[in-house]
Design a protein around this ligand. Structure first.
Ligand SMILES: Cc1cc2nc3c(=O)[nH]c(=O)nc-3n(C[C@H](O)[C@H](O)[C@H](O)COP(=O)(O)OP(=O)(O)OC[C@H]3O[C@@H](n4cnc5c(N)ncnc54)[C@H](O)[C@@H]3O)c2cc1C
Length: 621
């Protein structure tokens, strides 16, 4: 019995055991965890790295309580320290730089080797061609004119109208490709059915929705249910907090789908979970039904323009915000092309003479007011860098790292806030980027995207890349491409926390080579009859392991239960002493726009509440 077998059989039996003391360093060697990480600025920064997770789990295991006596005093003092250099933390720093006046100083502390959080990218070099893909956050949604978000994108140099995509090339008739890595469900999509459906040799259904699932090896009743689900036009709540949204937040997504589309629990669990049965990482049985609609209710966008995607997904947004914050963080002008292609000027990020600084590769382990939080004039922040602890001081702190670290790191967090954070659950996710030498095997099948219902992952979708990236201006079936497999760990039927914990354990105990093998086997099972050869056709795989990827809101998360507010409201309402809270998880919506809007709110709070001299200045773009 291997170590992994043991973990999967014996240890998984106890959810509580899993929550304490287990880190990648207990399970996998560094190389087994990180694996190959690509080239360029993002090499060594794929997903949550071994080093970051190991440091994070030392916080969880209270290794810094109490702090040792030998913390190094840097003597640095800032007006604001932001913990977390994802889109929310970077945007908060930018709002402060723009609004709080020329003398205010702000330091962003980020634990990975590069900023961006879930919005980072991978780069491959395949047969001399650079290929770029997203590590997590993918789609950019064209904003409605005149909105805060439209002004914000404009102010950092992102204009979705300038996204021009690759042209088709070669002699083969053109196959329409989407602009994102999500399925379009058009004529060139396919469903694959394997042994679970009585077809060990594999059965392909091309254009499944166009053909009304005719020929799918599923019972007629299931076919009718799936068609009903696909055709359903949901009635959206008109505004957050209205009767419909409160009703949706009181039931599970699974119940809602069963009620409104007349489909069985079994169909939901076999076919809709977790990708189309709620994109929040867990089974639809664990999620609030409102989670399915929250983004559209709160953040409507120009649907007719279609979702767009930078070559590296929303790493593009993080890069633009950083350029706006620190002008020479990327050499060259503020253009899509320049910011996408230029290497990061790391030396520019943390210079002593600048107002806004970004310090990478440091894990904040302790944040605490000096004295009584309500009267205190300062907060002390301690971070870990290569085994040593350092202290800086700030007049205000923005915790933008996410629920899973904030609740451990803020040492004097009151019980109300601890209880609120205890209601946040974030599901794991593995994003596997697979570089292919070409995709002719898909073209031969007549597809550019497909979905499957057993094995590892659920779907892949090819896309055209925007040509401002350092990518080929054309695409054909002979082009090297990257496909992204999103691997979620939903375990419908189990309690929410157990789904999360079991998923995380699977992610933590599976070495790179096992995932690599499973991905190769999955592709071989589906495509070898069409000429696919894993050894020849797969040029490389990068795994991005996200231990706490998706906030998975349970019923009651958004609008609370009875007269109690939802947990996020307690954290958002006002700062605790000199510490305020951001990150997209507070919105309950895993969307980079939520990160930006939470940053706007928190920057405004810091200015109004903590720096009364700036009160009245609105957080503008
Ligand atoms: C797989 C996936 C796909 C997604 N797809 C989309 C999409 O298509 N479109 C979209 O709009 N959104 C998408 N999202 C969601 C969206 O991108 C995220 O919600 C957003 O990027 C989160 O930004 P953030 O700054 O709030 O948090 P994060 O990106 O999590 O940033 C927080 C940062 O703080 C760091 N940190 C945490 N604790 C500490 C500490 N103690 N010390 C130092 N640093 C710390 C973290 O490591 C991280 O880098 C997706 C998310 C995932 C996981």
């Amino acid at each position: 019995m291997t170590r992994r077998d043991y973990l999967n059989s014996a240890l998984l039996a106890s959810g509580s055991l899993l929550l304490t003391g287990v880190s990648p360093r207990h399970l996998l060697a560094r190389d087994d965890w990180d694996g190959y990480s690509g080239i360029g600025d993002y090499a060594g920064s794929n997903g949550n790295t071994f080093e970051v997770v190991t440091d994070g789990h030392m916080i969880r295991d209270r290794a810094f309580e109490p702090l040792p006596a030998d913390v190094i005093e840097t003597g640095e003092e800032y007006d604001c320290v932001v913990v977390g250099g994802g889109i929310s933390g970077l945007a908060a720093a930018l709002f402060i730089a723009r609004q709080a006046g020329p003398r205010r100083t702000c330091l962003v502390l980020e634990n990975h080797r590069i900023f961006g959080g879930e919005a980072r990218r991978n780069e491959f070099l395949v047969d001399g061609r650079r290929l770029i893909a997203h590590q997590g956050s993918a789609m950019l949604f064209p904003p409605l004119d005149g909105t805060f978000l439209a002004g914000f994108y404009d102010s950092i140099g992102i204009d979705y109208r300038q996204f021009q995509y690759q042209a088709w090339s070669g002699r083969d008739p053109e196959m329409p490709l989407g602009h994102t890595s999500y399925m379009q469900d058009g004529a060139n999509s396919g469903f694959f059915f394997g042994a679970k459906f009585g077809h060990p040799e594999g059965l392909w259904l091309i254009d499944p929705w166009g053909r009304q699932l005719a020929g799918a090896p599923i019972p007629e009743s299931t076919r009718r249910e799936l068609l009903a689900f696909h055709a359903a036009k949901p009635v959206l709540p008109k505004q957050p907090g209205d009767a419909l949204s409160r009703h949706l937040d009181s039931i599970t997504l699974e119940q809602h789908v069963m009620d409104t589309c007349g489909i069985s629990r079994e169909t939901v669990r076999t076919f809709l979970s977790p990708v189309s049965g709620g994109g929040s990482g867990l089974g639809a049985d664990a999620l609030s039904a409102y989670a399915e609609y929250a983004a559209d209710v709160l953040l409507p966008w120009k649907y007719e323009a279609g979702a767009q995607m930078f070559p590296g997904g929303n790493a593009g947004v993080a890069r633009h915000i950083t350029k706006a914050l620190i002008g020479d963080s990327f050499p060259g002008p503020v253009t899509l092309e320049s910011i996408c292609r230029s290497p990061v000027n790391f030396a520019s990020l943390d210079r002593p003479d600048q107002r806004s600084r970004v310090r990478l590769h440091v894990t904040v382990v302790d944040v605490c007011h000096e004295g009584d939080p309500e009267r205190s004039g300062a907060v002390r922040i301690v971070y870990l860098r290569q085994g040593r602890l350092y202290r800086v001081k700030a007049r205000s702190v923005i915790m933008a790292g996410g629920c899973w670290t904030t609740r451990h790191v803020v040492r004097d967090l009151p019980r109300t806030h601890q209880d609120a954070y205890a209601q946040f659950h974030r599901a794991p996710c593995l994003m596997a980027n697979v570089a292919l030498r070409d995709w002719r095997f898909l073209y031969k099948l007549g597809i550019s995207e497909c979905q499957w219902f057993q094995g590892i992952g659920n779907y892949v979708a090819l896309r055209k890349m925007p040509v401002f990236g350092d990518v080929s201006p054309t695409v054909s079936p002979d082009s090297p491409v990257v496909v992204t497999i999103k691997i979620l760990f939903s375990k419908p039927g189990l309690p929410l926390e157990e789904q999360v914990t079991r998923g995380r354990m699977e992610l933590f105990s599976t070495p790179f080579r096992d995932y690599e093998e499973r991905i190769r086997d999955q592709f071989a099972a589906m495509f070898s009859a069409r000429g696919f050869d894993a050894r020849r056709d797969i040029a490389g795989i990068i795994l991005n392991r996200w231990g706490h990827a998706y906030l998975s809101p349970q019923p009651g998360f958004f609008f609370g239960k009875g007269s109690d507010p939802g947990p996020a409201e307690i954290l958002r309402r006002r700062p605790f002493g000199r510490i305020a809270f951001a990150n997209s998880d507070l919105a309950g919506i895993m969307d980079h726009r939520a990160s930006i809007l939470e940053a706007q709110r928190v920057a405004q709070q810091v200015m109004d509440v903590l720096w009364p001299a700036t009160s009245g200045r609105t957080t503008k773009v």
